[in-house]
Design a protein around this ligand. Structure first.
Ligand SMILES: Cc1cc2nc3c(=O)[nH]c(=O)nc-3n(C[C@H](O)[C@H](O)[C@H](O)COP(=O)(O)OP(=O)(O)OC[C@H]3O[C@@H](n4cnc5c(N)ncnc54)[C@H](O)[C@@H]3O)c2cc1C
Length: 412
């Protein structure tokens, strides 16, 4: 095992940190204020992107700090999962940096799907504008009417009708659905009900302006709409798209999803580690600067122990995540499922714990918009559900562990 990033990764990291320090950190709080002021409620039809985002994206692109997540050397930076990990961590310190560098979910996962599995026509029409940061995309898997942590429950349908596919169903928690530049969704639905459980579903590209696509509402997460992207509920009512919008083949949805989620979970977790580092830094600064009972806050009660525990937890989480990244690069996603599930349990919990302690040390300010802690807390809490709840990942780890045990110790 060698977690040392390559020289190229270190160079990118230096340039990325400099860009963030010079261009993003000075404007981030103002940008978030503007985004809240421009988009005061859940009426997605009026949502706008503060103009500064386009300027920041143009600068990042001009400096070559663009699509760094994509392992393809021509279209992206050509970095391995392990080499990209420290860059994702750096971006995770900021609530807006991932989008500035065109490295934000769910677009990254959708770009990977189209890059690996899309037809030439799909790449030209849908992937190219996403890679250029001109459009945004949505991933529609979760459904309100079924327990979607068991994705085989999905009951929205994909039906063949001549040269068309007809889609029906209701999806929710579709991240990015309200974004003014959201152009299409990757819709996952039941197409082959008689196949094996993991070969029943298909992925289909649906332009969001297709007749029959109806956005019902945006869903607040902890009271915040996360405009201008948000998370929405959307109905697909006899939506007809050309058969050419099918990604790979009928019944291939799960095979595609597995490839999409492996590196994507490394990205989520490394960004969460960056967020935890930021929360810890804020906590230390506040604890040194503010005094109560004649002492800096950090010297009161168990606050120093809390700092130490946060440092230990973050470093453990990072090592576990780098190990999973290394294993994906060395042995592939299929061989790394237990490691990927392990970080998906550990890292959001670490972030949640660290942010919770930071909020506590900030007192009332901690739950205001003056510091980004409530947003970081919401990210952590939601991440313990999104992309598979903790319990589902734990059950997968246990299944793999027990199978390994039984292989080593076959019944007599
Ligand atoms: C902020 C946010 C963004 C999201 N973005 C997207 C997106 O872009 N696209 C998309 O398709 N979805 C998205 N999701 C949805 C997310 O992936 C689902 O919410 C998740 O998969 C869980 O499905 P569910 O909500 O139906 O929960 P359910 O399946 O109803 O599960 C609820 C609970 O049941 C328990 N449970 C389930 N299985 C087990 C088990 N095996 N053992 C023990 N307990 C268990 C767990 O406590 C679990 O949390 C997002 C969610 C959030 C909160």
């Amino acid at each position: 095992m060698d977690f040392q990033p390559s020289t190229r990764s270190r160079e990118f990291l230096q340039r990325l940190r400099r860009f963030m320090h010079e261009h993003i950190e000075p404007v981030e709080a103002g940008y978030l204020r503007d985004a809240r002021a421009l988009n005061p409620d859940g009426d997605w039809t009026r949502w706008q992107v503060p103009p500064r985002m386009q300027e920041l994206k143009a600068s990042a692109r001009a400096e070559g700090l663009w699509n760094l997540f994509l392992p393809d050397a021509e279209l992206g930076a050509g970095l391995t999962t392990l080499d990209y990990a420290p860059l994702a961590e750096a971006m995770g310190r900021s609530l807006i940096a991932p989008e500035v560098f065109n490295c934000n979910a769910p677009d990254t996962g959708n770009m990977e799907v189209l890059h690996h599995f899309g037809s030439l026509e799909q790449k030209e029409r849908w992937l190219k504008p996403l890679l250029a940061g001109e459009t945004r995309s949505v991933f529609c898997m979760t459904e309100p009417d079924v327990a979607s942590s068991d994705a085989t429950n999905m009951q929205a349908t994909v039906r063949e009708d001549g040269d068309a596919l007809v889609l029906d169903g209701r999806k929710w928690w579709s991240t990015g659905l309200g974004h003014p530049n959201a152009a299409f969704a990757i819709f996952m639905g039941l197409s082959n009900p008689d196949n094996d459980r993991h070969a029943r579903h298909s992925m289909v590209i649906v332009p969001l302006d297709t007749p029959g696509v109806r956005i019902q509402r945006m869903l607040p997460a902890f009271g915040e709409y996360d405009a201008p992207g948000g998370h929405g509920e959307v109905v697909f009512d006899q939506v007809r798209v050309p058969r050419a919008n099918l990604i790979k083949g009928l019944g291939d949805g799960f095979a595609i999803a597995q490839g999409r989620l492996g590196p994507g979970r490394i990205h989520h977790c490394m960004r969460a580690i960056g967020a935890a580092e930021r929360a810890l830094e804020l906590m230390i600064e506040r604890g040194l600067a503010r005094t109560a009972f004649g002492k800096p806050l950090l010297d009161l009660g168990g606050n120093r122990e809390r700092i130490a525990d946060a440092r230990i937890a973050i470093d453990q989480a990072r090592l576990l995540t780098l190990h999973a990244a290394w294993k994906i690069d060395a042995h592939g996603v299929a061989a790394s499922m237990a490691e990927i599930s392990a970080i998906k349990v550990v890292v959001p919990n670490v972030l949640q714990q660290v942010v919770d302690e930071a909020i506590q040390l900030f007192g009332g300010a901690g739950v205001s918009h003056d510091v980004p802690l409530t947003s970081l807390f919401a990210i952590a809490r939601a991440l313990r559900i999104a992309d598979g709840p903790d319990a589902v990942h734990r059950s997968l780890i246990a299944k793999i562990e027990i199978a390994r045990h039984q292989k080593r110790n076959p019944p007599a």
